[in-house]
Design a protein around this ligand. Structure first.
Ligand code: IPE
Ligand code: IPE
Ligand code: MG
Length: 242
């Protein structure tokens, strides 16, 4: 486990992870897709440890998208129970590590009540923690988030001229969440799949072929090293070369 080559003074504040490739990981082993999700738990916990090693302030993981309801009913059911199980099994250790657990996404009728209860318990238990904020994007869609923000503005009677970028940001699911500096997607897919669309405007993207169940903190460190070699211009001009 090495942080060699990482400039501790320039670690990203916020890293997002699109945890993809569970199904293929299982298929490669002749296992049902759900076994891949189960194996992803260890990867998630190791990524959290890596985030703590690095001193990240925010880590956001994509656990279930608004499009994932399209999957076979038994896989969806498994994922609901699995996420409920993770929260029950892991909340105490995450709490001891100083992790604040939060959620972004729609809490609609399709999310089982029991899971919503576990989410609220994890939120309440860890609310005062300050070491790392772990945000779980669950029943999350970037387009849905923007729609919900605009709806809230309209419902509040906001005049059209007052609807600007700041107003929309204030109505995102977590207005306190800074935009991700870096997003890592596993499994060799080069797409965003509706993750944090508004917030990703100027994020650095790193793609890796590693399937999520094989992801370990070392891969997170590799992504941070790549991030530190990038030149973020935000539409401006190149920073002064050393
Ligand atoms: C990511 O793995 C987990 C979720 C989307 C819930 P997948 O289940 O998408 O795995 P692949 O992409 O089919 O291999
Ligand atoms: C993105 O993965 C969603 C999550 C990781 C939760 P998907 O597997 O759903 O994305 P696509 O279908 O490959 O774009
Ligand atoms: Mg996938």
């Amino acid at each position: 486990m090495t942080l060699d080559g990482i400039d501790r003074a320039r670690v990203p504040v916020h890293v997002g992870c699109v945890m993809d490739g569970n199904g293929r990981w299982a298929q490669q082993r002749g296992l049902p897709r759900t076994e891949g999700h189960a194996a992803g738990e260890k990867a998630l916990l190791d990524a959290v440890e890596g985030a703590l090693d690095l001193g990240l302030a925010w880590l956001t993981v994509y656990a279930f998208s608004t499009e994932n309801w399209k999957r076979p009913a038994d896989e969806v059911r498994y994922l609901m129970q699995f996420n409920e199980g993770i929260l029950t099994r892991r909340r105490d250790e995450l709490h001891e590590r100083g992790v604040r657990i939060r959620f972004v996404g729609r809490r609609d009728w399709r999310v089982p009540r029991r899971l919503v209860r576990r989410m609220d318990e994890a939120l309440d238990l860890t609310a005062a923690n300050r070491t790392l904020t772990l945000t779980i994007a669950f029943n999350y869609g970037g387009r849905a988030e923007i729609v919900d923000a605009v709806r809230a503005l309209v419902a509040a009677g906001t005049p059209a001229a007052r609807i600007d970028e700041r107003a929309i940001r204030r109505h995102l699911y977590d207005p306190t969440m800074p935009d991700p500096d870096l997003v890592v997607r596993t499994s060799g897919e080069y797409r965003i799949s509706n993750f944090l669309l508004w917030e990703l405007a100027y994020s650095e993207l790193v793609f890796t072929d590693v399937l999520w169940p094989d992801f370990r903190r070392q891969h997170l460190f590799d992504a941070v090293r790549e991030f530190q070699g990038r030149d973020r211009r935000y539409g401006g001009v190149e920073r002064q070369r050393r």
